[in-house]
Design a protein around this ligand. Sequence first.
Ligand code: PHE
Length: 345
Amino acid sequence: MKREDIEKVLAELGELKCKTQKDVEDARVRFLGKKGEITALFDEFRTFDKEMKAEFGRTLNELKQTAQARIEELKATIGEGEVSEGPKHDLTMPGDPLELGSRHPVSIVRQEIVDIFRKFGYDVAEGPEVEDDYHVFEALNFPPNHPARDMQDTFFVSTGHPNPLLLRTHTSSVQVRAMENMHVPIRVICPGRVFRNEAISARAHCIFHQVEGLYIDENVTFADLKQAILLFAREMFGPETEIRMRPSYFPFTEPSAEVDVSCNICHGKGCNICKGTGWLEILGCGMVDPNVLEASGIDSKKYSGFAFGMGLERIAMLKWRVNDLRHYFENDMRFLKEFDTAVEV
Ligand code: PHE
């Protein structure tokens, strides 16, 4: 045995690196086990004479103590968690999925209608939901105390004022603003939320959505109105769709009509959706009353126009055969999730 043998083992101990408890145990066996390097040195030591024993005894004992201390230290500092080999976490595990929302059926229908009229060259206009009496009624040929105001039960925000604030009952108010601010020819559609003081039921709600349209130019006739509605109905409900017009009344249009489309469910045979008639009512329309044009400063001798308006919830109900309007407002996930795929069809 030489001094160098002992120094070599000491150096090995100094460089010893263990990652797991198993590495520590292997190191213990390597140095201190029955056939370990230090044990071997002791075996050799036993064969020494007195003189040699005196020379090596202390150093060898110190070596053994150093080795034991190092092994103990490693045992204590390497945590239990690191006993297993490989990374602590399973990096191949799938993550928690992020649930994506879907578009609301009313938004889907609004976008479809807006896209159709954009193709026809209409602009999109928006206006305030809290409006004044003038833009919702007065400028649309509803004089104060006119009985026609009863058609639309109104939520007033302020009263006792000649021009009270109220929640708009239709987006025709945006058409008035368009006539005030745009130059003729005007082609505009006005999507938006409207409010009426109505009892909530399967067929009515106090909040709903409309798209209204306005077309003003020289020589616009009822034939133009009919053609525009027919084209729209075929884009919206399919190329086979027919329309029919029934006389109606609105203070702001003269003549006025309600428009039905042929039932796209029974194709005119009669079913419970169209209540056996083969027709579904979708919108109101008419030629803009000259009084309305004049109120917004448009020369009614030179210009004429048509207007129309439809309820989005109703169109969505027909499109997806929803039987209760209240579903649109309750935000039940089971209902809302049905639609984004439906729109692809
Ligand atoms: N403003 C009407 C309503 O809310 C709809 C309509 C618009 C009718 C334009 C005719 C012309 O019911």
